[in-house]
Write a protein that binds this ligand. Structure first.
Ligand SMILES: *Cc1c(COP(=O)(O)O)cnc(C)c1O
Length: 295
């Protein structure tokens, strides 16, 4: 697939003799955002082949995965059901109104029940309630998703470091699997705590050339600082690249901070994957009265 890669020019990069590129997989589809497009690809093919009519998945009320799944399911002729963490809030936020418009049926479960979501018992209850469905886990990560995310990094991406944002680890795992041994894959964790994540990525990958960077989560998922907002706003104004506040903004901020701290070898090149997620900025804008870019 033809995906654009843009080089970023900045004084700090020139000074440190580092070249930084951004691969715009956020542009792969207008509504099935970035990495989620790759994660859904083989799952929806499998669902169709197995004759399923309905896709069921889980997520939070602002989830990029829920938004992407709703649209992709509709595009491929499936009915979709979203099990949403927490209570219903009306009017629906930007993410949930989008998914309802895309034909997704929403069911809310309490935070306590939501924690049980992967137990066989809970899934069995859902089958009784909704009939047969093709199940996609929260965040969309499973083996078929990783088969898809392996297509993000292509043979003509020659950079020394490949960087991506990490939530469940499905995206970085695919990238590691298609990287070459001399490339180093760095994952920037959007959440606090990474032990389980490290284990998961180890089981999904076939190489050791990766590392999780965990000290730039800005206090955790969906927490935002003024510094980060300022960075995203000026990056969009000066480079014309919109970043989201949960994943790609934190990643780019961190990469530039690491460049300043001489983390990367002089003369090396970095490819940052823009995994999308801009629909999430709409939710941030709505909740916090911000003006983050949304496309
Ligand atoms: C979901 C998402 C991620 C995290 O992907 P995982 O495969 O769960 O690690 C990263 N970036 C964006 C923009 C996302 O929406």
């Amino acid at each position: 697939m033809q995906i654009k890669t843009e080089e970023i020019s900045l004084a700090i990069l020139k000074q440190k003799k580092i070249r930084l590129f951004v691969k715009r997989i956020d542009k792969v589809h207008p509504f099935i955002s970035g990495n989620k497009w790759y994660k859904l690809k083989y799952n929806l093919i499998a669902a169709k082949e197995k004759g399923f009519k309905t896709i069921l998945t889980f997520g939070g009320a602002y989830s990029n995965h829920i938004a992407a799944t709703a649209f992709a399911a509709q595009e491929k002729g499936f009915k979709s059901i979203g099990i949403i963490r927490g209570e219903e809030h009306l009017p629906l936020n930007s993410t949930l109104s989008f998914v309802v418009e895309s034909g997704m049926e929403l069911h809310y479960v309490s935070r306590t029940d939501y924690r049980e979501k992967t137990t066989p018992d809970f899934l069995e209850k859902l089958k009784v309630q909704f009939g047969s469905f093709y199940f996609i886990p929260e965040g969309g990560t499973n083996e078929l998703a990783i088969q898809g995310t392996a297509e993000i990094l292509e043979a003509n991406d020659p950079q020394d470091y490949i960087c991506c944002a990490v939530g469940t680890g499905g995206t970085i795992s695919g990238i590691v699997n298609s990287s070459v041994a001399k490339q180093k894959v760095l994952g920037f964790s959007a959440i606090k705590g990474s032990e389980q994540l490290e284990k998961d990525i180890s089981t999904w990958t076939n190489k050791e050339n990766w590392k999780l960077i965990t000290d730039y989560h800005f206090e955790g998922y969906a927490k935002i600082s003024d510094e980060l907002i300022e960075f995203i706003t000026s990056f969009n104004k000066e480079r014309n690249i919109p970043l989201d506040a949960i994943y790609t903004g934190k990643m780019l901020f961190s990469i530039l901070d690491l460049v300043a701290k001489d983390y990367f070898q002089k003369g090396s090149s970095i490819l940052a994957i823009h995994t999308g997620g801009l629909q999430g900025n709409k939710g941030m804008n709505g909740r916090f009265g911000l003006n983050l870019p949304t496309k």
